[in-house]
Design a protein around this ligand. Structure first.
Ligand SMILES: *Cc1c(COP(=O)(O)O)cnc(C)c1O
Length: 402
């Protein structure tokens, strides 16, 4: 009888690869900021599927767009055109002030696409000698799990056992503009960076870092590639996190909330020059840009804007952050965040973030540790003040008790 949490867990453990260590809660329903488990318990989701459900679980308008499109046309491949792709491009470009879009599915695929684009741009336009292109990346980065991407990770576990890796990447400390300046050579084609490091522990770089990085890139004819898969689409209280420093990237990678969690949809946004290097046959994806994905993404963007989720992220984020900082706890090293992307870093002697997440689970609040000592709090952007107050009560109880 598969009615209890444990029986589902046993089944996963028996048949599934164990590349994750999830909290032991088996969810079967979601609505807005709330989710329910198979035993009927209700939880507030403070992870939002790593910011893929910024619009809240099962947003009714996105659900309707999905169902309607699923009954019309789902996939024709890019061998043919479809009536959702053009409008998706146009709406996304107008919203983000971009010139060109290249649609993919997962975030990692879109990052790979951006890497291919800047390399090709380097050879075709910048005239870097063949095979010599360099891309600068940051220590403590997270850009996905493909072989090329983990090859330039500084996290030993992400790389262990997967060598040999793709060459051509140089790692500099995050937030250190001088190190970036030093790393740039005539063969540097791109600088790939997260505006705030999410998986790295909600690390916010020093003020002015992205602005200086933008200047360094412009001075050296290097493409600035922002990975906004997590920071983008409202999470930090702006549509794109680059707006906090008033800059514009050359390439921006988005994903996750681009579909409101219904479907994997990602995209690379660029000025014409960079993505313009791709000619027919240079790159592709069977599912990228399919009509179902486009219809879902169009509605996911529409509700984000029409329902004022970005302003709500800014105001609710500021409120949440302020109130969290008031919670007295000798175990907390720092509470930091921007918008609704919040990290609570514990002191090493606190015994790790995992046990706090497990204690919060028992109180009906779902969140997840990132690295050893950081609890990430990132509810859907539709969260209300009363819901944050409820979350604060649970957090306060756990932090003052354990
Ligand atoms: C989640 C994430 C990715 C990878 O996206 P997937 O859809 O899991 O491949 C890349 N970069 C950042 C910043 C992310 O947060």
């Amino acid at each position: 009888m598969l009615t209890t949490t444990q029986s589902y867990i046993d089944m996963e453990d028996e048949y599934g690869a164990k590349n994750y260590k999830p909290l032991d809660v088996v969810l079967c329903r979601g609505q807005g900021v709330w989710v329910w488990d198979v035993e009927g318990n209700k939880y507030m989701d403070c992870l939002s599927s790593y910011s893929a459900v910024n619009q809240g679980h099962c947003h009714p308008r996105i659900q309707q767009a999905l169902v309607e499109q699923a009954g019309k046309l789902t996939l024709v491949s890019r061998a043919f055109r479809n009536d959702q792709l053009g409008p998706f491009y146009k709406e996304l470009c107008e919203l983000t002030h971009s010139h060109t879009v290249l649609p993919m599915n997962s975030g990692a695929e879109a990052v790979e696409t951006a890497i291919k684009a800047v390399r090709k741009w380097g050879y075709k336009i910048k005239k870097v000698p063949e095979g010599q292109a360099e891309i600068v990346v940051c220590a403590n980065n997270f850009h996905g799990r493909t072989l090329t991407i983990v090859g330039f990770s500084s996290e030993p576990q992400y790389r262990d056992g997967y060598a040999p890796f793709t060459p051509g990447f140089k790692i500099v400390p995050y937030g250190d503009a001088a190190a970036l300046r030093q790393a740039v050579t005539p063969n540097t084609v791109g600088f790939l960076v997260e505006p705030i490091q999410g998986e790295g522990g909600v690390i916010i770089p020093p003020k002015g870092y992205l602005k200086t990085a933008r200047e360094i890139c412009s001075q050296n004819n290097v493409m600035l590639v922002l990975d906004e898969i997590q920071t983008g689409l409202g999470r930090t209280g702006k549509l794109l996190a680059e707006e906090h420093e008033g800059i514009q990237s050359d390439l921006t990678v988005i994903g996750k909330a681009l579909s409101g969690g219904f479907y994997p949809v990602s995209a690379v946004l660029s000025n014409k020059e960079v993505l313009g290097v791709f000619k027919p046959g240079d790159h592709g994806s069977t599912f990228g840009g399919n009509p179902l994905a486009c219809a879902v993404a169009r509605m996911a963007l529409k509700v984000l804007m029409e329902e004022n989720m970005i302003e709500n992220a800014a105001t609710m984020g500021g409120y949440f952050l302020g109130r969290l900082r008031e919670i007295p706890s000798p175990r907390v090293k720092e509470v930091r965040g921007r918008g609704l992307m919040i990290g609570v870093e514990l002191l090493p002697q606190a015994g790790g973030a995992r046990r706090f997440c497990e204690a919060l689970l028992k109180k009906g609040l779902l969140c997840k540790e990132t690295h050893e000592n950081v609890i990430r709090l990132a509810p859907p952007l539709i969260v209300k003040k009363e819901e944050i107050d409820w979350a604060l009560e649970q957090i306060r109880a756990v932090f003052t008790a354990s």
